[in-house]
Design a protein around this ligand. Sequence first.
Ligand code: AMP
Ligand code: GLY
Length: 427
Amino acid sequence: MTRQILVIGSGGREHAICWKLAQSAHVDKIYCAPGNGGTAQTAKTENVAIPVMDFKALIAFAKKHKIDMTVVGPDNPLAEGIVDAFEAESLRIFGPTRQAAQLESSKVFAKQFMAQHKLPTARFGVFDTKKTALAFCKANDWARVIKVDGLALGKGVYVCDTLPECETALVEIFQAKRFGTAGAQVIIEERLYGPEISLMILSDGKTLLPFASSQDYKRRLDGNKGPNTGGMGAFSPVPCYPDYQWAIHEKILEPLQKALQEADFTYKGVLYAGLLIHDHQPYLLEFNARFGDPETQCLLPRLETDLFELFEACIDGMLDRQQLTWIHETCACVVLVANTYPETGSSGKYITIGKLPEDVTVFHAGTSQNEQGDLLTNGGRILNVVAKGMSSDHAVHQAYEAISHIAFEGMAYRKDIARDASLCLSY
Ligand code: AMP
Ligand code: GLY
């Protein structure tokens, strides 16, 4: 029996998910809502012009087209309960419920969950006024990271060096109300130092199945300078991951599995653990309730296992019967952005993609396709150039070689992705 799938989202992550699902013999047809210029060209895939937050229209579409499984990419629909809405209509969907997705949508919920289950994380306090928050920073010279509770498009974390920087952040949050209600509460936590590792974990509520390790680059400019972005590049695997793998298993994955079994929600979907290695020990910085972007673009080309079967196993609580297999090569992803990103994006500029080296896949993020089939820019992050190689150096060399065959007006990208991957630094 072949299946019809609905993938929700329009970024590079969703293009990679459609691309991988299309390789499954179980999958007959994929609809991507709303999709992008890349999903429009992916095998078995067709775009549907429904916005990700229009649950009513998505449900109506799923019923009309007899969709067998819906897969949710971005955080917002999960936080707003898209899984609950689909399940209430007896529609199969891959992703956590609204309650479970609070592990991402509320940093207070996530930190309290970590503390309650003794998962290693930075020590912290929770505050709802500037006065009490600032007093905590003054009283504790380790308390230099300020995080707003709610979703903030990746901008709600202030990593400060000094007390005056903390004060400026607290003024923005509590007085200027930069984040609205998402900033009604803050976490203030210890600043940790060390390399970060992204670990995506499949969960059916009982069994956890971690993906391969990856690392992303958040800052806009080379040398990790400039403003934070949605992600400028990534690579997988992380060369030093084996050094910490046992500690991560023992200190994070085992207690996390127990914590999820004991929780009063069932976590089905992907749980993204943002880890930081501080003093040679792994700490949980954050959870995301979804696949990471752009890490997913480096992971799925390395995954040999059938992605549809994995999603099915999560939904059905049968993940204990699955295992993941990976190709040995490294994947590196370089994100091509508009030179005005992250302030603004680009739209309507023609994109040309010439002949690319073998082992290179281009996942689209902010692109659209016009009626003539031309590819046009449509966002801040435009394309993800993903290359495989025998080492991270080789992979990224291939990615940059491919980029020399790609052009659009105002194209910009970081030149140092994966350059120091083997050093296991912090980005
Ligand atoms: P989060 O959304 O919590 O992952 O934070 C975003 C980024 O802020 C992380 O990827 C880290 O680079 C940084 N960060 C968060 N928490 C801390 C911390 N306790 N110490 C140092 N850096 C942090
Ligand atoms: N790459 C980090 C994220 O997806 O949130």
